[in-house]
Design a binder for this molecule. Sequence first.
Ligand code: ATP
Ligand code: MG
Length: 257
Amino acid sequence: MTPAIAFERVDLKFGAERIYAGLDFTVAPGEFFCILGPSGCGKSTALRLIGDLIAADGGRVAVNGRPPAEMWSRIAFVFQSPRLAPWRNALANVLLGVELRYGRAEAKRRTARARELLALVGLADDAAKMPLMLSGGERQRVAIARALAVDPEIVLMDEPFAALDPNTRRRLRGEIERIWRATGKTVVFVTHDIDEALTLGDRIVLLSNKPTRVLETIRVDAARPRDVARDPALRDMREHLSALFQTLESDPQETSP
Ligand SMILES: Nc1ncnc2c1ncn2[C@@H]1O[C@H](COP(=O)(O)OP(=O)(O)OP(=O)(O)O)[C@@H](O)[C@H]1O
Ligand SMILES: [Mg+2]
């Protein structure tokens, strides 16, 4: 089966700085794939390569076996901050991505779908609210609905819950898992949070410090919904990942290739 996403020995420099040193991983169709790694190692950059916002200097990035430039329309982003248009209500924000990609007429045609998506993220009654009237968690839900409204095959999420309080974060994790199961999308999810990765991921890659490569890939087979604190196998993985992560953050040189 062709992977949804493939990184094959990807090299990347920004100016004189080498960011990647042969980054290699694949994501299967329908997989919930988590990327963990220290700050600055190139997690957001990986999503930008997939979305064709930048190009690699060496190796190959493929989406469904094709160059990212041919696949951008199958992809949607969710960022750490919701980036809503303040003058548009929730429904109009959900339709914004469709409007930018396919025009107003298409956005209008998808209004009923946008309402369904608002319901899917728990905002059925908030369609008319402006962003200022929504909580941080609610705004992020609108951003998730906006990403789904373009009907992407692949959703790229860059620390989407990092700015939220712990309770909201936990609730939204549960919701994103439910939505992922309901829609069958491929999700690439960047996070700093080991428990978040263990709760959500089918697989987790841990990236090294720069120049970056994959330090470790972990498959998580535990049944869902998961409770990391209560599952001994998940607790072991948490300890293992925390120990590795600490070496990365304390000694940037030590674990670079
Ligand atoms: N447009 C750019 N020009 C120059 N350097 C860049 C550019 N974009 C990113 N970088 C550098 O590339 C590296 C990777 O950046 P990236 O944003 O992907 O890191 P990250 O892993 O997402 O970090 P964080 O966890 O802090 O979000 C960093 O050292 C960053 O400074
Ligand atoms: Mg980042």
